[in-house]
Design a protein around this ligand. Sequence first.
Ligand code: KIV
Length: 275
Amino acid sequence: MSTITATSAREHRVTVRSLCQRKRAGQKITMLTAYDFTFARIFDTAGIDVLLVGDSLGNVVQGQDTTLPVTLDEVVYHTRMVSRAARRALVISDMPFGSYQISPEEALRNAVHCVKEGGAHGVKLEGGTGAAAAISRIVGAEIPVMGHVGLTPQAIHRMGGHRVQGRTERSAQLVLEDARAVQEAGAFSVVLEGIPAPLAQEVTRALDIPTIGIGAGAGCDGQVLVMHDMLGLSDWTPSFVKQYANLGALAGQAARRFADDVANRKFPDDEHAYS
Ligand code: KIV
């Protein structure tokens, strides 16, 4: 019996349709954040299904405390680099705070910007029942939308920090209602972030569209991680993150070896100079 690898279907472009078929077939979906051409090409070649240009770029690329200051132009700028690299993966732009809350018309205008200028195949936005009108307006213009419920970082001030959601019966009910509202509004999938694993499993069973979990246990249809967290490039990571490499330590060692070589006149040597 052959082992199914993430790269076994690399030749075909991932589509919103194929992701929904994956749920029906019981095949897991993989998503990673990406913010530039170099990493997007590595992840695309590795067979990652979805590249999310997350507004987490505010934290991991810009060094901000929250995602709130990220602008639409910044998301579009990073999406352009990622979509240039993605030959197989579906590219999703994360709509930043303020770009879809004001009115469904403005949400649509900004989603169009992500697709037209950024080259995204779809957009993601946070919120459940409150975001349903914006989702349905964007979907009505043929732009695929990924929802995002549970712990929604753009609501950090309402939540009082990055707190796990759905721990009480009432709060769990709200997460389920939000997820249903997102599906009914026409989203093709939904991120479940920071909720207890049994609740994520219940939501996943209740929905026809695929769920992509982050800090939501193993019962989701797919999983997403922020690339800096899983590659060991972040100073701190939440306990749900599995670190698959320690690129931060490797980069530090390389920089120190370079500095030593320069100080000790070992670099450049004859091999690395024009004669
Ligand atoms: O911005 C982001 O990276 C995200 C993921 C954590 C899902 O929204």
